[in-house]
Design a protein. Structure first.
Length: 45
């Protein structure tokens, strides 16, 4: 394994992982907000 190549690509890997987590968080937040405010009425027995 070429360590210098790994260290060169490490910042790109970190940026990609952070981007994936941010996009996933936005999707989860959007789904929660939509289900809270636009969801159907549920009957509680």
């Amino acid at each position: 394994m070429n360590v210098s190549a790994f260290l060169y690509t490490l910042p790109y890997i970190v940026k990609g992982m952070v981007g994936i987590f941010l996009v996933t968080g936005v999707i989860v937040l959007t789904i929660n907000l939509l289900s809270r405010y636009a969801g159907g009425k549920s009957k509680e027995d």
